[in-house]
Design a protein around this ligand. Structure first.
Ligand code: ADP
Ligand code: MG
Length: 581
């Protein structure tokens, strides 16, 4: 339970402000998160990490000499937005290129990848390595689908040490991949976690029971058992991680292999309990003939106030062993001794972004822009009315943030559309501003996807004249292509694509038959609603819900449901407004 907050929606920002105020020796605040406050050599590769907030010390607490150069910090449990990742990477860049390194979650992948494209377009060399240490999240032969948990630490450290010894971007990528290949984790939880202001935990574990194979966003475990003794738990963790299928490829015998064990508390487990568990972990590893190097027992990646722990094994080879000796001085993590680095002279603070002057639309398009602004306001209203329900749907197999994420995005979009339209912009400029504001403020998977969808539709509306119904239908069809290209989901994967495709198809067909947009829109909204309901029977194959597939049988996909709600709210808009037809 979280007891202290002001406005729950301000929690993440206020947390970051306080964290920076307390750690200015190591970090300074930038638009999207934090970067080192100390200088790094010109030309050194910058290791930029990040993810949602709520995992302290991941990710801001891991920024400093010897560790990350910057961390993009999203809202609680929500991926940072593309704009946040981009701004953090720009601020962290030392002129040697940027490695983006983060846990493998759909929302993070979408937003970091989009930021990578933006940076490359600006001429910054960028590469990505995602962390995939959680063995419970996919089988061994699908390692690239696994998510990242406490193993972030080993991969970040290896990458940063390589960067600081002078490796170029390719070299840092090689080391980060090697470290990820040799890092495996497995965890359990005894309670769920409760976000500030939330009435209920994201999930619960019955008293006396233990969720096995936890996620770090309150995703429920993949299995459940009675809580064992400390020794039995240690045995379970060690057995899972020493399973032959889970040992890194080139470690054949166990005898003599070097491992760094990391016993990671998830937020409200006592250190004393962890030490009792670690005692047995060390015994078991030693009994297998392993050489234990630099054991870690503590909190490295938490899940808010979840009670639980994970064990990570980091299998060293000679190179990784040497890099592990590299000293670190970050707010929440110190190793060895770091020579005092001078403060970085912060680049002159960029002027607060004045509203860029908008290219004015013609009279017809300005009229339509006002309709667009009212349409976006309508979206915010319907999301407000369903915010709790969407959160509940997402909590069944995801992380419970779909309602608040959509709300943040829709509210920011409403404000941007209002401002842009009032400044005399046409429909395309207005809806594009709304799309960018949505993606930037919502974060998460759905935030990035809604930004893409609205941008696609905006492109067809233009800033001159009144587009016809066919143009709107084309925009929605383009949105399908944009979403599937970015997220890789197909029909039947139990995502919002399942509602979006019938919406687009029905709209296209109805408009081609000559129906006016309002009637075509209503038909399309009905098709989307039916398809959204139908997702209840599907098993998720994409997004973070994938790991907990069968939990969600019988429950529709939250992203599909919100899309259908929005379609329904918008369907009657053109007739009321008389545009476009
Ligand atoms: P997050 O998963 O980052 O917490 P949200 O909870 O806001 O983001 O949104 C979850 C929704 O996003 C899912 O219900 C699903 O509809 C959609 N989604 C997730 N991954 C994908 C994907 N790869 N393609 C399309 N939609 C996706
Ligand atoms: Mg979610």
């Amino acid at each position: 339970m979280t007891r202290l907050w002001n406005a729950p929606t301000a929690f993440a920002d206020e947390m970051i402000d306080g964290f920076v105020a307390a750690n200015s020796r190591c970090v300074r605040r930038v638009d999207g998160g934090v970067v080192r406050s100390t200088a790094s050599p010109v030309g050194e590769v910058a290791v930029v990490v990040g993810g949602g907030s709520g995992h302290y010390p991941a990710f801001g607490g891991l920024v400093g000499p010897g560790l990350a150069h910057g961390a993009a910090m999203g809202n609680l449990f929500a991926s940072p937005s593309t704009a946040q990742v981009h701004a953090t990477a720009r601020a962290a860049d030392n002129g040697g290129g940027v490695l983006l390194c983060y846990g493998n979650y759909a929302g993070d992948v979408l937003n970091f990848t989009a930021a990578q494209e933006r940076l490359r377009a600006e001429g910054v060399p960028v590469a990505t390595v995602t962390v995939t240490d959680d063995i419970s999240s996919a089988p061994a032969d699908e390692r690239d689908r696994r998510r990242g948990i406490a193993g972030d630490l080993t991969v970040f450290r290896a990458a940063a040490a390589a960067a600081e010894r002078g490796d170029d971007l390719d070299g840092v990528v090689r080391v980060a991949r090697l470290a990820n290949e040799r890092t495996r984790s497995f965890g359990v939880a005894f309670t769920g976690c409760t976000l500030p202001g939330a009435a209920t935990p994201l999930f619960t574990v019955p008293e006396g029971r233990m969720a096995v194979g936890l996620g770090i966003h309150g995703e429920p475990g993949i299995d459940e058992t009675d809580i064992p003794t400390a020794d039995e738990l240690a045995d379970l963790l060690v057995a899972r991680l020493l399973d032959p299928a889970e040992r890194p490829l080139d470690v054949d015998g166990l005898a003599g292999a070097r491992v760094v064990p990391i016993l990671n508390g998830l937020g409200s487990l006592k250190y004393e309990e962890m030490f009792v568990v670690y005692r047995r972990v060390a015994e078991r590893l030693t009994a297998h003939g392993l050489e234990i190097v630099d054991p870690h027992v503590g909190e490295y990646c938490t899940s808010f106030d979840m009670a639980g722990l994970s064990l990570t094994l980091y299998w060293l080879d000679d190179e990784l062993a040497e890099l592990w000796e590299h000293p670190v001085d970050a707010p929440a993590y110190r190793r060895g001794s770091v020579l005092h680095a001078p403060a970085r002279i912060a680049d002159a603070a960029p002027a607060a972004p004045a509203d860029a002057p908008v290219a004015p639309g013609d009279a017809d398009s300005r009229d339509l822009a006002a309709v667009v602004a009212r349409g976006v306001a309508e979206i915010a209203t319907v999301i407000d009315a369903h915010v709790d329900e969407l959160g509940r749907l997402d909590a069944v197999a995801g992380d419970g943030d779909h309602g608040i994420g959509m709300q943040r995005g829709a509210h920011a979009a409403r404000e941007a559309a209002r401002r842009t339209s009032a400044a005399g912009a046409g429909a395309r400029t207005t809806l594009t501003a709304a799309a960018d504001a949505w993606a930037d403020r919502a974060g998460g998977t759905s935030g990035a996807l809604w930004g893409l969808m609205l941008r696609s539709i905006a492109a067809e509306l233009g800033d001159r004249g009144r587009p016809n119904a066919a143009a709107v239908a084309r925009g929605v069809a383009d949105a399908v292509r944009a979403v599937t290209a970015a997220g890789g989901a197909a029909i039947g994967d139990k995502t919002l694509v399942d509602a979006l495709v019938p919406l687009a198809d029905t709209l296209t067909t109805a408009v081609a038959e000559g129906l006016p947009l309002d009637e075509a829109g209503r038909r399309a909204a009905v098709a989307a609603a039916r398809a959204a309901e139908g997702t209840a029977e599907l098993l998720p194959r994409r997004g973070r819900a994938r790991t907990h597939g069968d939990h969600s049988l019988g429950t529709p996909d939250p992203g599909a449901v919100s899309l259908a709600l929005i379609a329904e709210a918008l369907a009657s808009l053109p007739s009321r407004e008389g545009h476009p037809s």
